[in-house]
Write a protein of this length. Structure first.
Length: 326
């Protein structure tokens, strides 16, 4: 007998499933700005995409997109939702891929180098690292990546520790590199970079920022590098004078690509490590107040001393070091 409670549970499951299927559509539409392009990439009819977007908007009681003849533009709520959905979607996909590859390796008895690293680095840096490996004759190396969000690392730490033996390389922020067994995990490389303020030319057209004090009148984008959401600290390079500024953080994102997208679209200013651009900062992005630093960011590369493939592990580490030393 189907009870009212059973029907409510079934309705909730159906809603959650529909919302889950809509996640990639929201992400693709934000990134392409076009229903036609999203339809082409996903193979789903524009009318079906529109219906899914409307369903999400009704559930959230908000507007995510404004549709015009030239395309789809995002609302502030949509940009914030994207900054949450993108890393979550990537982590889910990569978790499935990680398990799939692990089972395939067991089936074919192949040696794979497994890396645990920040999700932003997996997207921004790893493609260039793969290219370096291929150019140097290591295209045969098989690499599996498992990613983490810097904000949720400590919550996931108990699970990680139970699986540490599966990994060959860890790339950890300075706040976390002491959370692992130093007798087993050997630090091979540490990279430190100054933090600076960045904004796009689009944002700066109607906004002037000449001193840190000007930030009190501007929209700020909180990042993993500015841990205090309400106060940003600036240190003058020559005088060491410290200026603490109360800021209005309209967005908070733990995914570097999302942070850079928000800044690139002219929605505010953000703090990034100089190394975040890997030597390729877009021309329309400007470093502001270069005479000040907003702190520093450091990450370490550690390798498992008990791994069976130390030579290839060190080859991958050298490729990472090369990217960040250029």
């Amino acid at each position: 007998m189907i009870t009212t409670k059973s029907l409510e549970i079934m309705d909730d499951i159906h809603l959650q499933y529909s919302l889950y299927k809509a996640i990639p559509l929201v992400i693709h539409l934000v990134e392409s700005g076009s229903l036609a392009q999203t339809s082409k990439k996903t193979g789903i009819a524009p009318s079906t995409i529109s219906k899914s977007i409307k369903m999400v908007e009704q559930h959230l009681n908000c507007t995510l997109f404004h549709f015009t003849a030239s395309g789809a533009t995002t609302t502030e709520t949509c940009n914030y939702l994207y900054s949450i959905l993108k890393p979550t979607s990537m982590q889910i996909s990569q978790s499935f891929e990680f398990i799939r590859n692990r089972e395939l390796d067991r089936l074919h008895n192949k040696q794979t180098i497994k890396i645990y690293l920040p999700i932003g680095m997996s997207i921004q840096a790893m493609p260039q690292i793969y290219q370096t490996l291929n150019e140097n004759g290591y295209e045969h190396l098989k690499i599996d990546m498992q990613t983490y969000s810097p904000y949720s690392f400590m919550q996931n730490l108990p699970l990680l520790k139970s699986r540490l033996a599966e990994f060959d390389i860890l790339i950890l922020h300075e706040r976390y590199d002491l959370t692992v067994n130093q007798d087993i995990w050997i630090s091979s490389y540490t990279q430190q970079s100054n933090l600076h303020l960045y904004a796009s030319e689009r944002y700066l057209k109607g906004n002037t920022i000449l001193t840190p004090y000007d930030l009190t009148r501007h929209s700020c984008i909180s990042t993993i590098y500015a841990l205090d959401l309400d106060t940003w600290s600036f240190v003058h390079i020559k005088t060491s004078k410290i200026i603490n500024i109360s800021v209005d953080c309209k967005y908070k994102a733990d995914f570097l690509m999302a942070q850079r997208m928000l800044v690139s679209q002219g929605l505010g200013v953000g703090i990034f490590p100089d190394s975040a651009w890997h030597g390729g900062k877009p021309d329309h992005i400007q470093k502001l107040l270069p005479e000040y630093v907003c702190g520093s960011s450091k990450f370490s590369i550690l390798y498992n001393s008990q791994t069976e493939d130390i030579p290839n592990v060190k080859v991958i580490i050298d490729a990472i070091k090369k990217l960040y030393s250029e």
